[in-house]
Design a protein around this ligand. Structure first.
Ligand code: SF4
Length: 304
């Protein structure tokens, strides 16, 4: 079935001649939403390892070399160095420069991707990223999750939505591509979830900005998080797969047609997953989104 939206794999094929292997890196950073700078406890869904639970901490170069020597790496001709855990621009510029350089220790690494928060992007840090962009692509991945400041307060995101446009402005002026992370199914109050209305607002905001890519995540309940406490008390219920599929497809149909979808669902490491069970069936979710788009004659941007 031909995809009805722009996939990352098609983009990579077109620009790099094939898919690139992703090297997920724990850069040893922290997060201002955990250390008291803008919040404590972090976002309610975030686990102890700051969204990179599967990554074993080790010196950065060692993490990269271990991946490159693994059987998983053998099927790729090039790679993306992805700084995943916590907030990867949350350190002085000199420290950032050193850590990114340590990751780029192999010429086959074609993309540097850095996950962070909009309130941790400024001109100095963006200049560090630009310094690595002469011979590779640099992507800055920004955790927005939602355009709603009300939901953002409930999930303890720790910054106002207006910061997103500022960060994208700083980055895009320097040629850094931005990838926005959003989540479907966030609670916006006790026993109240975001639905299609809030999701459409989030997509409208993204469409209004010079964004390169989007990652759509499904909200799952990870053990040990504050979201898990809500779920255990019956104050949060994740969507059923059918509803998630419908909302993801609706979001895609409202997304600007030039934006690349880097993912359309999220996956939690199995031992840490509390709910929903369907979160482990990633390829089924993707095929059902494709089937929904097909059966409703929708494609990326068709509902703008
Ligand atoms: S900003 Fe990212 S790392 Fe920090 S608490 Fe939120 S999800 Fe976790």
């Amino acid at each position: 079935m031909t995809k009805r939206y722009n996939t990352l794999s098609a983009y990579l094929r077109e620009n790099y001649g094939g898919r690139l292997g992703k090297i997920c890196i724990d850069g040893g950073f922290s997060c201002p939403n955990r250390d008291g700078t803008c919040g404590v406890g972090g976002c309610i869904f975030c686990g102890e390892r700051g969204a990179g639970e599967h990554i074993k901490p080790a010196p950065i170069g060692e993490q990269v070399r271990a991946y490159l020597a693994s059987p998983a790496a053998a099927k790729y001709g090039g790679y993306i160095a992805y700084f995943q855990n916590f907030t990867n621009t949350y350190a002085p510029p000199g420290v950032l420069r050193e850590r990114y350089a340590e990751a780029l220790c192999d010429h086959r690494i074609r993309v540097l991707a850095v996950g962070t928060r909009p309130d941790c992007v400024d001109a100095e840090r963006a200049d560090v990223l630009t310094g690595f962009s002469a011979d590779r692509d640099v992507w800055c991945e920004l955790g927005l999750q939602t355009a709603s400041d009300e939901t953002a307060r409930f999930i303890n995101r720790g910054y106002e939505t207006a910061r997103l446009a500022d960060a994208i402005d700083i980055l895009s002026k320097r040629g850094i591509k931005t990838v926005i992370h959003i989540i479907i199914g966030l609670p916006r109050a006790r026993s109240l979830r975001e639905g299609e209305r809030e999701l459409c607002e989030t997509i409208r905001l993204i469409n209004s900005l010079p964004v390169f890519g989007v990652k759509i995540h499904s909200l799952y309940v990870m053990r040990g998080t504050r979201l898990c406490e809500l779920w255990e008390r019956g104050e949060y219920q994740p969507f059923e797969m059918d509803e998630y599929v419908r909302l993801a497809a609706e979001a895609i149909s409202r997304l600007r047609p030039d934006i690349i979808l880097h993912r359309v669902t999220g996956d939690c490491p199995r031992p840490l997953l509390a709910a929903p069970d369907w979160n482990t069936r990633k390829s089924e979710v993707i095929s059902r989104i494709d089937a929904y788009l097909e059966s409703h004659d929708l494609r990326q941007g068709s509902k703008i």
